[in-house]
Design a protein around this ligand. Sequence first.
Ligand code: ADP
Ligand code: MG
Length: 238
Amino acid sequence: EQDVVDYRNSLAIRVSGFDVPRPVKTFEDCGFSPQLMNAISKQGYEKPTPIQCQAFPIVLSGSDIIGIAKTGSGKTASFVLPMIVHIMDQPELEKEEGPIGVICAPTRELAHQIYLESKKFAKSHGIRVSAVYGGMSKLDQFKELKSGCEIVVATPGRLIDMLKMKALTMLRATYLVLDEADRMFDLGFEPQIRSIVGQIRPDRQTLLFSATMPRRVEKLAREILSDPVRVTVGEVGM
Ligand code: ADP
Ligand code: MG
């Protein structure tokens, strides 16, 4: 309807895909738990940023998403908050182990930032987050992963090392995020990303976020996402 079109225009949001849900206006519109709402207000977040307004309802509906918005636009929370909901929705299966949410980022600094942001929201539900990136002892990381977690934030190379060491399994992983996909490409991580994706069940939900969308990232996205909804905020370079 026209009011949805006007609202998207006012936030500089463009969407493509099938049956795209209308963007939310407030965190209350998302149906987040009281614990999560508390954690959000503790962060001082008063209302969702434009990418969050459109990404939340898409991701909460279970769709794959390509989210393109410039640095500093709040992309992290747009995948972290629905990931908490996704994890809390999983049935408890005693025999299954390994992370439910897997987030890949190009550098240890970025992985660490996402780790910190995830922990703030995860702890409200007793969800455990592990960080897996270079510069930390592999043995310590191995032990931490063995002790169990629901979310892993990783750089691709170190995650593959940990998978080879059988520090974790991907049997339970159903929510995969590729953050800063353009930079992962620039850093030559395409083979590692493909290897990780190949180890996660095909019925997963896959989210890809990027500040720019060069053609080779577009091509990868077409191969590993299923009927993604695409959201662009503002003017974005190629
Ligand atoms: P991006 O990944 O798009 O570069 P970030 O997720 O790192 O952006 O967010 C940039 C900054 O905005 C961070 O400091 C984050 O805590 C803050 N932020 C995210 N969402 C909100 C919000 N809804 N309200 C206020 N600040 C927010
Ligand atoms: Mg980011």
